[in-house]
Ligand binder design. Structure first.
Ligand code: ADP
Length: 611
């Protein structure tokens, strides 16, 4: 056997192998495309086997067999055209022309048998070449539109078609060439035949390892984006990104439904934000979820009549649903829909399953992140509660002890000597400490209201300048020198009680953290359409390191201690709450040993009409 014979044998073996492979696939999945592939390669295999058998027996084939062989050979490009038609629409004019051309070729060959004249041979060869070339171009166009494995397979098939068409052209023209050229053309023809066989093999029946290698770039692109997905703000954002990734990788429309524990349904999110729930076992998604395996349909209207209207309306010709499952946890389903059944369903199912597995990993890590955040939030809440309880217990205990001790003392005195004059100083102390106690309890309640964002109530026009004057003049203690600087009324729409509380808190702090008999100024003015307040003292000041957290709950500066300055660290927290719920802001400028100025900026109106 010489080299050319060997090439011819290998080529023929490849074609027979492809035939067996596509025939088996057609038995497993009888789709139109699969049957057409079987027809095409069946025709090639028939021609190969017939010629081999004839060569083996050693007799010339009977004339009827030769004519059948010629007819089948001529039908090859037409069968290829049918294959093209299975995944892109071939215009019916072209189909009719190809059929007519085929019929004309067969008739001409029969009429002139057994030795057709050169024009007939030329016609047949050209017919073969032109139709194969058309098919190759159609495959190339289709390859451009597809992605991933499908694209590679289409490219291989178009290459196969070009090589086969050229092979037939050369083989057909060989008898017309001179004897020297004939051997070269024959060798070239054999090589082209081998090339077309290999290309068709890669396109129509690629081994799994190659399919996987072709899937890799798509998966890689998907994974490159996937790594950051679990950290997106909401699960729906992740779902959308996964859908986009799956759609890009497969060239289909992708939807993800997540298992919803409360309703025991799969929940899909539409583009307009509405949700659609699918019961397990219903539709393709529900079935894939229940059976925990991919489901593929090339005739969704027939296979799922419940969804027929929807499929018709959306022009859906193929559906693939793959479960998204992480270990034992069934998380949801990935569904891919396409207008036409994909020609290489196996590759698509494999890729969809890989993507679904990745989606499972991503959704699972998202769930873990959420879980960790919940645990952290719970721990934080517990810690805050503990802080709160110990701070509250500690701060309430001091005035309460004074009140109880003083009251017991008054009681003992009154019991011992009922006619003795009242101890006014003792009673005043009880009243003062009780008021402090009430103030602390009020702060605790306000802090809780603030957490719920309902500190500020009914609003009305309030003149902050007048309010500051009132507060200053009510400050009856002769230990401080409170003064207000305001040249005009500053009226805004506020909750009067809360603004009063704000000014009162700032004034109280200024007094508490300043030496006696030092002036405290409350300046009120209007600037850039905003109400402005500045409360200035010349007290102990706040260390720079403490400034960033001074408005936080239970936060106290490092230069204050409980023995000299009572306090819970809630006053400024409440002040900030009042200001922010009014749409304003509060900040402080301070220097240790020199004093502090607390600034408040409030909008004049809150956007509502004043009556
Ligand atoms: P409290 O006064 O009960 O500690 P606040 O929330 O009112 O709580 O204040 C928080 C902290 O801010 C105080 O503990 C104190 O360290 C500091 N601070 C507030 N106002 C002043 C001020 N006028 N001068 C100096 N430090 C102040």
């Amino acid at each position: 056997m010489n080299a050319l014979d060997l090439i011819s044998l290998v080529t023929q073996l490849i074609y027979v192998l492809i035939f067996v492979s596509v025939a088996l696939r057609t038995v497993r999945q009888p789709t139109g495309a699969h049957s057409d592939m079987t027809l095409f390669f069946g025709a090639v295999a028939f021609i190969i086997l017939a010629s081999r058998v004839a060569a083996l027996i050693g007799t010339a084939a009977p004339p009827w067999l030769t004519t059948v062989e010629i007819a089948v050979l001529m039908a090859l490009p037409y069968l290829l055209l049918r294959l093209v038609d299975d995944f892109t629409n071939v215009r019916s004019a072209i189909k009719r022309a190809a059929e007519l051309g085929l019929a004309a070729g067969i008739v001409a060959t029969y009429a002139t048998a057994p030795t057709p004249p050169t024009p007939v041979i030329l016609y047949v060869v050209l017919y073969f070449f032109v139709v194969s070339l058309y098919c190759a171009l159609a495959f190339i166009r289709s390859a451009r539109r597809s992605r991933g494995v499908t694209r590679r397979r289409m490219e291989a098939i178009s290459l196969g078609s070009i090589l086969l068409g050229t092979d037939i052209l050369i083989t057909g023209l060989t008898p017309l060439a001179g004897p020297d050229d004939r051997a070269v053309l024959q060798a070239l023809g054999q090589l082209l035949g081998l090339g077309s066989g290999v290309a068709y093999y890669l396109g129509f029946a690629p081994p799994a390892i190659l399919r996987r290698a072709w899937q890799e770039p798509e998966l890689r692109a998907f994974l490159a984006r996937a790594a950051s997905l679990p950290r997106l703000p909401a699960t729906l954002d992740i779902v959308r990104e996964l859908e986009r990734g799956a759609a890009n990788s497969t060239g289909t429309e992708a939807r993800i439904g997540l298992w919803h524990d409360e309703t025991s349904n799969l929940r899909f999110w539409e583009d307009d934000g509405t949700t659609v729930d699918v019961e397990p076992g219903k539709h393709f998604a529900g079935r894939a979820f229940e059976l925990q395996r991919p489901i593929f349909s090339t005739n969704p209207v027939r296979d799922n009549p419940d969804g027929a209207t929807n499929y018709r309306a959306r022009n859906v010709g193929a559906v693939l649903a793959a479960p998204i499952t992480a270990g034992e946890r069934r998380l949801g389903v990935l569904t891919l829909t396409a207008v036409r059944p994909p020609i290489f369903a196996i590759s698509d199912i494999e890729l969809a399953s890989l993507i679904a597995d990745q989606a499972a990993v991503i959704l699972e890590s998202r769930a873990l992140i959420d879980h960790a955040a919940r645990v952290r939030a719970r721990e934080e809440a517990t810690r805050l509660k503990e802080d709160f309880l110990s701070a509250a217990a500690h701060d309430l205990k001091t005035p309460l002890t004074t009140v109880v001790a003083q009251a017991e003392f008054l009681e003992r005195r009154a019991t011992r000597d009922p006619s003795a004059p009242a101890d006014l100083a003792g009673i005043k102390r009880v009243v003062r400490e009780s008021k402090r106690l009430a103030g602390l309890v009020g702060d605790l309640l306000d802090a809780t209201r603030l957490e719920q964002g309902r500190l500020v109530g009914e609003r009305e026009p309030v003149d902050i300048a007048t309010l500051a004057q009132e507060i200053c003049s009510h400050d009856t203690s002769d230990l401080t020198l409170c003064q207000v600087e305001a040249s005009a009324p500053v009226v805004g729409v506020y909750d009067r009680r809360r603004i009063e509380q704000l000014l009162q808190n700032l004034l109280e702090n200024a007094k508490k953290y300043s030496p006696e008999q030092t002036p405290i100024t409350i300046k009120v003015w209007q600037e850039d359409g905003k109400a402005r307040v500045a409360v200035t003292d010349s007290g102990i000041g706040i260390p720079a390191a403490d400034l960033p957290r001074i408005f936080e709950r239970f936060s106290r500066a490092s230069n204050v201690d409980d023995r000299r300055f009572h306090g819970m660290g809630l006053g400024l927290f409440i002040c900030r709450g009042i200001v922010e719920e009014h749409g304003g802001r509060i900040w402080v400028e301070s220097e240790v040993g020199k004093g502090s100025t607390f600034h408040v900026e409030l909008p004049i109106a809150d956007g509502r009409r004043l009556n």
